[in-house]
Structures are given as C-alpha cells and as structure tokens.
Design a protein around this ligand. Structure first.
Ligand SMILES: [Zn+2]
Ligand SMILES: [Zn+2]
Ligand SMILES: [Zn+2]
Length: 355
C-alpha cells in the first residue's frame, strides 16, 4: 500500500489514521484521489475542489476514516456501502472483531480500486454487485444450517470468529496452513466474486482459464469432501500455491488470486518506501531489490515476479532475525507463476475492455 502523508504537515501517517500526531489535524481518506486529507479540527467539513466532504457513517463506530460528499445518499463510503449484515454491536467482543474485519476489508477495497476493478454494491447493482455479511456465532446458529466463510452469487459471508486471533490460530493449525490472516480471507473470497464477473458467460476466456487451472465443471462439493478426507496430493507444491488450492479449480483461482493481491500490495509498499538494495552475495544480481510500481497498467508480469522474490527473501530474513515466522512463507513454483501471469494478463485485458 501507498505510504500516506498528512496533507497539512507532510507527517507520514497510516491508512487507518484519523488524526495527525504531528499537527493535530483530523484526517480522512479520499479514495477518488488516493490521499489522506487533513482538516483543521475547528472546520466542520473538508472542502476539496469546491465540494464538501465528511466522514463515512461508520466513522462514528471507529470502523472507517473514508470521506464521502456531505450530500451522499447512503452516507457510506465505497467499502462500508458493501455491508448487508453486521453483527450485534452491543456485544463488546463482536464489536471489536467487526472493527478488525473492517480494517482488513478497507485494505482489500483499496487494492481493488488501485487495480481498476469495479467495486459496486448490490444495493445499486443487484445482479453484478457485491455484498458482505459479517456473521457472529449467534447469527450463524440462527441460520440453521452450518454457515461457513465463503462466496455465493456476489455475497461474501465472513464468520466473525476469524477476527479472534486465538481461534484463527487454532483453525490454521488444524488445517495445517502456513498463513491465515483476515486480509488473506478477504482477498481469497473476493477472487471468487471476480471470477464470476470475468469468466461467467465468456466461453473464450473460460477455455483459457481451463487450460491453466483445469475444468471448474467438476463437482465442487465432491471435490471438497475428497480434499478434507484425503488431503492434497503429495506433489502439490509443484502445481499449487497452497494445499487448499489443489481441491478444485475455483479454489485454485481464489488462492492464486489472493497471492497476486499479496504480491502487488507488498511491491507497492516497497515502492513507496523506495526500497532498493544490493545484497552482499556473490554473483547474484537476480537478488537485487528494486522499486516497481505494480499498478502501472503496462507493467510486465516478469518485472513483478522478478522484483518480488528478493523482496520477500529480505523481509522473511528480517522476520527470522526477530524470531518471527516468515512474512511470505510460500515458494512460487513455475506452474504457480504461470497461473499468476494468467491473472495478470486477464486483469490487464479486463481493464482495457472496461475503458
Ligand atoms: Zn499533520
Ligand atoms: Zn466507510
Ligand atoms: Zn474459496
């Protein structure tokens, strides 16, 4: 993600900040210009290019710092306007978990907007739009059947328990996963949504998809059952980014898509920090770290993939020196690289067709 600055005093600030620690200005994020914009605390609204802005309604719940025009119909920003169900916020632990979810979701929406993808709510686009249901254990029980985190027809259901670090770690261990994060969930699930938007009803593109990821018409629930009964094939690492990706082409797509978003976000952050480096290694120019702005529409995939491996190697090494686990605990095989490349080209073409 971009490194933001207070527009009043240039102090570096985080995407989530609502107040500049240096000059005391109130801060809000304007998605249309991708900036954090400051306002003196005695001014009632932000005045930006002749238009008045205020915080999104969820600012009052300490769940959002995005700006919306004061006469905006819903009063919700692009990210909060995607919420259909939120948990009972009078339960303190649900409230806290939902705030964490919103933190991850806002970062997801940031990436999608940088990628030039449509971010539309089903409230305005009933057929092609997106919505989120955040369900507490209570809500899930009330639904009767077993509710899981997942995507169906543009609705992403997220179980709130995932925002609890202890239960997330338990699930991670039980599934033998190397990495389980909130942002990872959001990136994965939204991958299913964009798969439908891009491939459904597009036979030519589907043929290309099947050539790389396999035929998604194979029985999905059987595939999941088989996966949970037998696990991934022994050689999964040569072909898939994760064990779960091996269960069905849809999950392979969503897992690989999530990694594409991980990679782009990491590269963008490094770019804004101006990270460059020549590791003290013998004869290893391919390990040089150089800045790449990954959202440049003409950016070649090769530059992205070449730039990211030394970067991950460096940050993994720093984490290891702190006794922490790797930031990026994955190896990208040649087969996975081809899948990532396919996602890169698919998105480049998709954007061209939108323009
Ligand atoms: Zn400031
Ligand atoms: Zn909002
Ligand atoms: Zn999935």
């Amino acid at each position: 993600m971009k490194v933001f600055q207070c527009s009043n005093c240039n102090f570096p600030v985080f995407f989530e900040n609502t107040m500049c620690q240096n000059c005391g200005s109130a801060l809000g994020y304007l998605s249309s210009s991708n900036q954090i914009i400051s306002k003196y605390t005695n001014q009632s609204t932000w005045s930006i290019n002749g238009q008045h802005y205020g915080y999104c309604q969820n600012y009052a719940l300490q769940a959002c710092n995005w700006l919306v025009p004061v006469n905006h119909t819903s009063g919700f920003c692009d990210s909060c306007n995607l919420n259909r169900t939120i948990p009972n916020l009078s339960v303190p632990e649900y409230f806290e978990r939902w705030q964490k979810m919103e933190g991850a979701k806002h970062r997801l929406i940031y990436s999608l907007e940088r990628l030039g993808l449509p971010v539309q709510s089903k409230f305005e686009h009933e057929v092609s739009g997106l919505l989120f249901d955040f369900l507490s254990e209570e809500d899930a029980r009330a639904e009767g059947k077993q509710v899981m985190t997942g995507h169906a027809n543009g609705v992403i259901t997220i179980l709130l328990a995932e925002a609890d670090a202890v239960s997330r770690e338990q699930i991670r261990k039980s599934l033998n996963e190397k990495y389980r994060t909130l942002i990872g969930h959001f990136r994965h699930e939204v991958g299913h949504y964009y798969w439908e938007l891009i491939f459904k009803n597009n036979d030519n593109l589907l043929a290309d998809f099947r050539a790389i990821f396999g035929d998604e018409r194979q029985d999905y629930s059987e595939a999941l059952k088989r996966h949970y009964a037998n696990g991934a094939p022994a050689n999964w690492k040569s072909y898939f980014i994760s064990q779960y990706a091996s269960c069905h082409p849809w999950e392979d797509w969503a897992e690989t898509w999530a990694h594409y978003l991980h990679i782009l976000d990491a590269l963008e952050t490094a770019y804004y920090f101006g990270l460059e480096g020549k590791p003290k290694l013998n004869n290893s120019p391919h390990m040089d770290i150089y800045p790449v702005f990954p959202y440049d529409n003409e950016m070649s995939f090769k530059r992205i993939i070449d730039a990211v491996s030394p970067l991950f190697y460096a940050v993994n090494s720093i984490n290891r020196s702190m006794g922490l686990s790797d930031v990026y605990p994955f190896v990208i095989s040649d087969a996975v690289e081809k899948k990532l490349e396919f996602i890169h080209f698919t998105l480049q073409n998709y954007r061209k067709n939108l323009a």
